[in-house]
Ligand binder design. Structure first.
Ligand code: HGY
Ligand code: MN
Ligand code: MN
Length: 416
């Protein structure tokens, strides 16, 4: 398809205003957002997005995982749509741009097409994928995962949050459980704009990251069981301290990730200590290990070494353990044709760009299994994300969305 002229650009002020408007919903306590999936705040953000889509003349579809699809008709109704989007849910101490930039950037693409009266051959669909973060309900990217056939719908519905609430019930409660079969929609191509969530683009002074790959991930939920006992009167040799076990496993994860620098990463971010009392030796700890690497064989070797290490640590402390994988995807290679459309768009528009591997997981990682997919990244200040202080500049948002516009419109085909 013919590429759009380099003078075609989005409206950066409108995009920025929409980001700031959405940021008012589910505010955090330090300038960011706490709009966790399937909460009332998520529902409010969905309603705002839907109102904007309707104002832009889009028709909304919702599937049984609550994925939202806002469609702009093309001249060829039989042509598969080009999808563009990301997620509106946030971390509990999330930023204003993680995911939201990709959804509202997709809306800005449509708004700009409307302004310019441009018609495309392929329809364009702006998507909001449910529960990308996986913080309230593991795993991350669960709804795009069901869409891509990686998870069964009922399994997803049965996922529970820390308070025992069930995903399917919460989706019904907020009124966003649609009727469409998940994954029934066929996609011509999918593009996702996202902040980098790392320091590379800012440090090297690039406007655009052309995402060629996404690193793989394991989330391993570990349960250590020892024995509650008095912290004062229990002799050290008689203790079965699950808390000590968790500390040693956390150190082990870090050491193993450091063995594979510069590529591998590893940490423990979620911990539940029982009974969590100042003067009780923890008899039980549940925590999640997050390890990632662009190389599958290293990622799997890290997992094996960690699981072996857990067994050794628990034997020494006389505690038992269970390890349950609660999230996983192999490293991802994005579609060369879509990646080229992104790279050519950045070049055409005069934005500096470099190829980059995504450190974070994204819905694009799953959609890439069912449709040609690529991602565009923009820098973020100090590479900081999953922190309320997450920040980008309007120019970075503009550049990312201009490239998104060109890649989507070129793929959808302008009809003269
Ligand atoms: O975990 C991730 O990489 C994403 O932010 N859900
Ligand atoms: Mn995200
Ligand atoms: Mn995130």
């Amino acid at each position: 398809m013919a590429a759009p002229g380099e003078n075609l650009r989005i409206n950066p002020d409108r995009l920025w205003d929409s980001l700031m408007e959405m940021a008012k919903i589910g505010p955090g306590v330090a300038g960011g957002n706490n709009r966790q999936t399937l909460t009332d705040e998520d529902a409010e953000g969905r309603r705002l997005f839907q109102s904007w889509c309707e104002a832009a003349g889009l028709s909304m579809g919702v599937d049984r995982m609550g994925n939202m699809f806002a469609r702009r008709e093309g001249t060829d109704p039989d042509a598969l749509p080009v999808y563009v989007g990301s997620h509106l849910d946030t971390q509990p101490t999330g930023g204003k741009y993680d995911g939201v930039l990709g959804v509202l950037g997709g809306l800005e693409v449509v708004r700009t097409l409307n302004d310019l009266g441009i018609r495309t051959k392929h329809p364009i669909v702006v998507a909001n994928w449910t529960n990308e973060e996986g913080t309230r309900f593991a795993p991350a990217m669960i709804a795009s995962g069901v869409f891509a056939g990686m998870h069964e719908l009922e399994w997803a519905y049965d996922r529970k949050d820390a308070k025992g609430k069930r995903f399917g019930d919460e989706l019904e409660r907020i009124g966003w459980k649609g009727e469409e079969e998940v994954g029934a929609r066929k996609i011509h191509a999918f593009f996702e704009l996202h902040i980098e969530q790392g320091p590379i683009l800012e440090d090297e002074d690039f406007d655009i990251g052309v995402v060629t790959h996404g690193q793989g991930l394991w989330w391993l939920q570990v349960t250590l069981t020892g024995k509650d006992a008095h912290t004062g009167s229990t002799p050290m040799p008689k203790r079965r301290n699950a808390g000590l076990g968790m500390a040693r496993v956390t150190e082990l994860v870090h050491e193993i990730a450091m063995d594979y620098q510069p590529d591998a990463v590893g940490a423990v971010g979620h911990v539940e200590v029982y009974p969590n009392s100042r003067n009780v030796i923890p008899g039980k700890v549940v925590f999640t290990i997050d390890i990632r690497c662009p190389h599958k064989e290293i990622l799997d070797e890290m997992r094996t070494r960690i699981e072996d290490g857990i067994a050794t640590i628990c034997e020494a402390l006389d505690i038992s353990f269970e390890v349950e994988p609660v999230g996983h995807f192999d490293p991802v290679t994005f579609d060369e044709g879509c990646v080229k459309a992104v790279r050519d768009a950045a070049e055409r528009l005069g934005y500096t760009h470099r190829d980059i591997v995504s450190g974070a997981g994204h819905d694009a990682c799953w959609i890439n299994r069912v449709a040609p997919t690529a991602m565009i990244m923009c820098p973020c200040v100090d590479g900081l994300s999953h922190n309320e202080a997450e920040e980008i500049t309007k120019d970075w948002a503009r550049a990312g969305c201009d490239v998104l516009f060109h890649a989507v419109v070129e793929t959808a085909g302008i009809v003269e």
